[in-house]
Design a protein around this ligand. Structure first.
Ligand code: FUL
Length: 500
C-alpha cells in the first residue's frame, strides 16, 4: 500500500526539480530589479546545451564545389563534374580533428551554391551527378560513419540560401528544404548539431526566400531532439565575429524579446525554439542594464567560429597562410577561455584530405595545450573561504562537484595556500553553470610576503575563463569575487605555467 505513495512523492520531487531548471524566463512588467537579476542568475542550459558547452572544441569541414573552383561562394551554376576528389578519406578528417582534441565536427552538407554532398532525392545538383565514385558516393555518410567509429560528435551545416534551386524564392522551397533536412536527420544516425547560416541572398530567379524557421526547428526537435540548433537557431548564438576572438564579458544569458507564448507552448519547456533577433555583434549583450530592459531572458551561449586558413574553403594558394600553433593557442584563450565554444574550420583539400600544413599546425597547437595544462599548480593547496564546505571540489578536476558561497552572499574571498612556492602565468576559473552563471567581477591577487598584490582581474567567468599574465612566483594567492548576481559558485580553479 505504501508503494504508490512513495512513487508519487518521488515523482513530485523529480517534477519540482525539473521545473526549477529552465533555460528561459519571461519578465513580467511588475518584476522588481531584484527579481529580474534572480531570474537571470538561475537560468541554466538544457541537457544538450550543457553537453555542447562541455565539448569546448568543435570543428567545421567546409567542402564542396568551391574546393574545386577556388571560390569562397559559388554561383549555383557549377557543373557537378568538377567535384572529383582523388583520395577522399573522411576517416582521416575525423582522426586529425580528434587527435587535436576536437570533440565534434560539422560538415557543410550544402553550402550557398546548392551542391549537395549527399545524393538527395530532391535535386540532381549533388554528388550523384559527379564522377566521384561514379556518382555512387555520399560524403555525409562517410563523415557520419567515421564520427561514429571514432566517437566524435557529428553535425550538419545546411545552407538555407540555395543559389541553384529553381524553387528558391517560393513557398515550395520551404517544403524542398524540409525534405532535404529530413533526409539529413533520418539517414545518418544521430545528429548532434544543426548549423544554419543567416545569409539570405538571391536565388537563380533573382528572388529572395522567406525562411520558415519555426517549421525547421519543430522538425529538428522531433527527429533529433538532442541536437543543438546553432546560429540561426535557438540553442547556440554566434559570438559576433569570425576572427576567433570573443568578448571580454560574455554572458550566456541574454535578452530575448520574442519569447511569445506560442513559441513556448509549441515546444517542451526544456527546448524552447525562437528566432534570434537583434544585435549579436555589440560589446555588451547581457549586462544588468540590458537584462533589466528585456521582455524575456534565455540561456543562449556563444560559439566562436573561425577558419584555420584565411578562407572557409581550401585554396592551394593559402597553404602558407595556415594559422600557426601559437595563433591557434591565442584563439583558444580568446574563445574557450572566454566562456565560448570554439568552432575551428579545417577545410579538406582537392584530394579530399586534410592538408599536411593544417595537420602540422593542429599537432603543434595540441602540444602547447597539453604542456600548459598538464599540471595544476594549486594541487593540494589549503583553501580558506567564507564557506569552507566543499572547497576541495574546486581542485578535483570534476566539473560537476563545486564550491558555493552561503546563500545571501554576493561576494567571496577564496584563499589558496600553495604546496610550496610556485611560478605561474595562467589562471583558469569555471563556474558551475548547472546552477546558472552568476559572477560579475573578480580580482586575482598574490601574497608578496607583506601584502596582497593584484595580478589580474576580470568580469564574467561562465563555463570557463582563462586569463594570462606575466609570470608570478608566490606561495599564496587569493580570488576576490567582488560582484555576483547570486551567491557565487566555482567548479574548478587552476593555476598553470605556459609552455615555452
Ligand atoms: C558564412 C558563410 O557565408 C561562409 O561561407 C561560411 O560558411 C561561414 C561559416 O558562414 O556566413
Amino acid at each position: 500500500m505504501k508503494k504508490p505513495f512513495l512513487l508519487l512523492s518521488l515523482f513530485i520531487s523529480v517534477t519540482v526539480v525539473a521545473q526549477q531548471k529552465n533555460n528561459f524566463a519571461i519578465i513580467e512588467s511588475s518584476d522588481l530589479e531584484k527579481t529580474i537579476i534572480q531570474k537571470a542568475a538561475t537560468l541554466t542550459p538544457t541537457a544538450s546545451q550543457l553537453r555542447w558547452q562541455q565539448l569546448e572544441l568543435t570543428a567545421f569541414f567546409h567542402f564542396g564545389v568551391n574546393t574545386f573552383t577556388g571560390k569562397e561562394w559559388g554561383t549555383g551554376k557549377e557543373n557537378p563534374a568538377i567535384f572529383n576528389p582523388s583520395e577522399l578519406d573522411a576517416k582521416q578528417w575525423v582522426r586529425v580533428a580528434k587527435e587535436a582534441g576536437i570533440k565534434q565536427v560539422i560538415l557543410t552538407a550544402k553550402h550557398h551554391d546548392g551542391f549537395c554532398l549527399w545524393p538527395s532525392k530532391y535535386t540532381s545538383h549533388s554528388v550523384k551527378s559527379s564522377p566521384w565514385k561514379n556518382g555512387k558516393g555520399d560524403v555525409v555518410k562517410e563523415v557520419a560513419n567515421a564520427c561514429k567509429e571514432l566517437g566524435v560528435g557529428f553535425g550538419v551545416y545546411l545552407s538555407p540560401w540555395d543559389m541553384n534551386s529553381p524553387l528558391y524564392g517560393s513557398e515550395e522551397y520551404n517544403d524542398f528544404f524540409v525534405n532535404q533536412l529530413t533526409e539529413l536527420l533520418t539517414q545518418y544516425g544521430r545528429v548532434d548539431e544543426v548549423w544554419f547560416d543567416g545569409a539570405n541572398g538571391e536565388g537563380p530567379n533573382g528572388k529572395k526566400q522567406v525562411y520558415d524557421f519555426d517549421r525547421w526547428y519543430k522538425l529538428i526537435r522531433k527527429l533529433q531532439p538532442a541536437a543543438t540548433i546553432a546560429i540561426m537557431g535557438p540553442d547556440v548564438r554566434w559570438v559576433g565575429t569570425e576572427t576567433g576572438y570573443g568578448r571580454e564579458t560574455e554572458w550566456s544569458v541574454v535578452p530575448a524579446n520574442n519569447l511569445d507564448q506560442s513559441a513556448i507552448a509549441a515546444n517542451s519547456q526544456q527546448a524552447i525554439a525562437f528566432k534570434p533577433q537583434g544585435d549579436m555583434m555589440g560589446n555588451d549583450l547581457g549586462s544588468r542594464e540590458k537584462i533589466l530592459k528585456a521582455k524575456g531572458l534565455v540561456w543562449y551561449p556563444a560559439e566562436t567560429d573561425v577558419s584555420i586558413r584565411p578562407g572557409w574553403f581550401y585554396h592551394s594558394g593559402e597553404d602558407k597562410s595556415v594559422k600557426t600553433p601559437e595563433k591557434l593557442f591565442d584563439i583558444y584563450y580568446n574563445s574557450v577561455g572566454k566562456n565560448s565554444v570554439l568552432l575551428l574550420n579545417i577545410p579538406p583539400d582537392k584530394r579530399g584530405l586534410i592538408n599536411e600544413n593544417d595537420v602540422q599546425s593542429l599537432r603543434g597547437w595540441k602540444q602547447l595545450r597539453d604542456q600548459t595544462f598538464k599540471l595544476n599548480l594549486v594541487q593540494n593547496a589549503i583553501i580558506k573561504a567564507s564557506s569552507n564546505k566543499n572547497t576541495n571540489a574546486m581542485l578535483d578536476g570534476k566539473y560537476n562537484t563545486f564550491w558555493i558561497a552561503p546563500v545571501r552572499d554576493t561576494t567571496a574571498i577564496l584563499e589558496f595556500e600553495l604546496k610550496g612556492t610556485k611560478t605561474f602565468d595562467v589562471l583558469c576559473l569555471q563556474e558551475n553553470i548547472e546552477i546558472g552563471q552568476r559572477v560579475e567581477r573578480f580580482v586575482f591577487e598574490s601574497w608578496n610576503g607583506k601584502a596582497w598584490e593584484k595580478i589580474t582581474e576580470g568580469t564574467t567567468i561562465g563555463y570557463k575563463r582563462l586569463l594570462r599574465f606575466e609570470p608570478v612566483t608566490s606561495d599564496k594567492v587569493r580570488l576576490r569575487i567582488v560582484a555576483s548576481r547570486l551567491n557565487p559558485s566555482l567548479s574548478e580553479f587552476g593555476l598553470y605555467k605556459q609552455a615555452n
